[in-house]
Each structure stands twice: as C-alpha cells, then as structure tokens.
Design a protein around this ligand. Structure first.
Ligand SMILES: *Cc1c(COP(=O)(O)O)cnc(C)c1O
Length: 361
C-alpha cells in the first residue's frame, strides 16, 4: 500500500506507526482477549491507558501540577459554550479577540450566554493579521480574555502572548497544540480538539488551572460543569476511550522521537521549506497573511488564477498529495503541516510546488 501524503486540515494525518499499533491491538488488546474499546472504562486496562495519556501530556507540554488535564467530548465547539457557562457570570464582561472563523464562532456562542466585548476585530484586513500582543490592553474587570492561538482556516498564528495582569487568559489551541512549547502558566484555560494535532476526532483536551474551579456556578447541568470532570479524572461519564487510547500512542510516539523540542524544530523546518518556495516564486505563489503571523501548521497560499489553483490541486492529487484545497469559505490553497506530517512529506510538497511554478509561470 502507498499511503497518501495527507495535508487535510482536520481530521488529519497520524503517524503510521500509531495506526499500526492500533491495528495490532484492535482485536486483542495486549493479550487480554478483548479489544480496549469493548472494555469497561472503569477497568484497570483502560485506566492505565487513560492515566498514561494524562501523564504524557503533562510531561510533553510541561503542564504544572496546578492544572487539571481533562479529556472531554463535544469537540472544541462545545468549549465555545462551556467556557462562558462556567466563567462568565452575570454582571461581568468577557473580552474576545476576533481573528477568523473559529474565534468568531466562539464569540457567537458566548454572546448567547453573557456580555461580550470584542477588543480586536480583523475584519478590515479580511482576517489576515493579528493584534500585537505587547500593545493589547485588558480591562482588569473582564471575566477573561479569549484568543485563538491558530486560525486553522485563515492560516494565522500567534507568536507571542498578551499580558493580562491577572485576568484569566483562555485559548483555543485546537490546531497547534503540542506543535511548539507554550508557557502554560500564562493561561487559565487551554482547549484543543484532538483531530488536528493529537489523534482522531472525538475528544477535546482541556487544561484548566485548578483555582478556576472555585468560580463555577452550581446551577450548571452535570456534564457542562468542569468541576465534575476535574473531580473524576475525566471519568465522570464514559470518556471517548478510542480517541484517548490513540492520543496516548501519539504522545508516546512523540516522546520516543525527541519530545516537544524536536517536534517544534521539525515543524519550523517543514513550514520554512514551503514558505521558502512561496517567497522565492517571484509572486507565482502568494501568501495572503501578514508575514509576522503566518501559521506553521496551516499554510494558506494563492496562485495567480483560480484555474491554476484547480490545476495545482488536481495535479498534486494525481501525485498522491491530498487535502491542499483551501477551506470553502476562503478558497485558494492550504497545506496543513501538523506534527504527524513528516519532513520528507513537506520536502515532497515543496519540490512539487517549485516544479509547478516553473512549468506554469
Ligand atoms: C477545528 C477547530 C475547531 C472545532 O473543532 P471541533 O472539534 O470540530 O468542534 C475549533 N477551533 C479551532 C481553532 C479549530 O481548528
């Protein structure tokens, strides 16, 4: 079998070694005579996997002990609602930074639940730039400040973090979690849907500073209250066991291959290869994004015409490279170079782009 080079934005490519390990254990998990996804989530076999996933996550991202690491259902999208339900009380205002599709979805949900102030809106630039974190001012009375670390569709990524002076900083890291080191202690809550950089769809990782739990109202339904998940090690109800099992294998694979520092270095190299071709193409390829904030995970680019974009996507597909079409809302092309995309994969794409430009310029 020849595996495709998968540049899809999510669900996305996973390390082949992880898929093989799943396959090997799918029917008979480590000689137990049944699959892990047939087991009780209260069984020792599952609990060992669950706890290993939490511990590996803590180790790889250097998450302090003062944070809970939760695996929840509902996708990152459920967090858009859970965050204001838990942390935006009446009489308070939450501040949001609008940088593209995902932050706007978070804002829309929060507005249904409480008072929201949008402190930056990238609308004028067509969502191609970010606010300078150093010049951001946060209202000391704000319930929290919400940002989106990486706009998966627009291809914009924060490279530094705002100082909030004690106001909780909440961040959607769905599409760049564990792609680079982040100072977790600057954030009160970080969340990330798994299917971009961590594993299959089905779970969302939430890092929550423990003292935040005291702010949560008791009126929330059980599943929507972070306290219930934190008090039960994410086993309040049946967790997404298959997704968590896979994440555990992805994190083991990451640790074996040098951990976060090695991953981050490789990600820079991969993105540098593709941006290098874009920047040296004499304008054939064009990045629409403010160069200071170009994403190293989702590389968005245009060709001179839509016809050429279609031809590029078709010819790439014929050469085994899929998922290069931009999101339907913005058009153009997008290459997602998540952790599991190999350096060789990025090299193949870069070489293909260079050749395509030479032939079609
Ligand atoms: C994909 C994505 C989401 C939505 O994730 P779901 O798990 O599909 O709910 C939210 N935010 C960002 C930044 C994303 O990339």
């Amino acid at each position: 079998m020849t595996r495709k080079l998968n540049f899809h934005a999510g669900p996305s490519t996973l390390p082949v070694e992880v898929l093989e390990e799943l396959q090997k254990n799918m029917v008979d998990f480590q000689g137990t005579g049944l699959s892990l996804i047939e087991e009780s989530h209260r069984s020792g076999n599952y609990e060992a996997v669950h706890n290993a996933a939490v511990a590996l996550f803590r180790e790889l991202l250097s998450v302090p002990d003062s944070y809970d690491i939760l695996f929840l259902g509902g996708g990152a999208t459920l967090q858009f609602a859970m965050i204001p339900m838990n942390f935006l009380p009446q009489g308070k205002t939450a501040e949001y930074v609008a940088t593209g599709t995902w932050s706007k979805k978070a804002i829309d949900d929060a507005k249904k639940l409480g008072s929201v102030r949008v402190v930056f809106d990238g609308k004028e630039s067509g969502y191609t730039t970010l606010p300078d974190p150093a010049s951001m001012k946060v209202d000391p009375e704000a319930a929290y400040l919400h940002i989106t670390a990486n706009e998966t569709i627009g291809g914009l990524e924060w490279k530094g973090w705002p100082e909030t002076g004690g106001v909780p900083l909440v961040c959607d890291m769905s599409s760049d979690i564990l792609s680079r080191p982040v100072p977790v202690e600057k954030f009160s809550l970080i969340y990330a849907g798994a299917q971009k950089n961590l594993g299959p769809a089905g779970t969302t990782v939430v890092l929550l500073r423990k003292d935040m739990l005291d702010r949560i109202p008791d009126t929330l339904p059980a599943y929507l209250n972070y306290k219930n998940h934190a008090a039960n090690n994410s086993l309040y109800n049946t967790p997404p066991v298959f997704a968590i099992w896979t994440i555990k294998l992805v994190l083991e694979h990451m640790k074996k291959n040098g951990g976060l520092a090695a991953v981050a270095e490789r990600n820079l190299k991969k993105a540098g290869l593709v941006y290098g071709v874009i920047d040296s193409s004499g304008g054939f390829f064009r990045s629409p994004v403010d160069a200071r904030y170009r994403s190293n995970m989702n590389l968005v680019f245009r060709l001179p015409t839509e016809e050429l974009e279609k031809k590029f996507i078709d010819e790439a597909k014929a050469a085994g490279m899929i998922g290069l079409k931009g999101h339907r809302s913005v058009g153009g092309c997008r290459a997602s170079l998540y952790n599991a995309m190999t350096l060789g994969g990025a090299e193949t794409l870069a070489a293909f782009m260079k050749e395509f430009a030479a032939k079609n310029a």
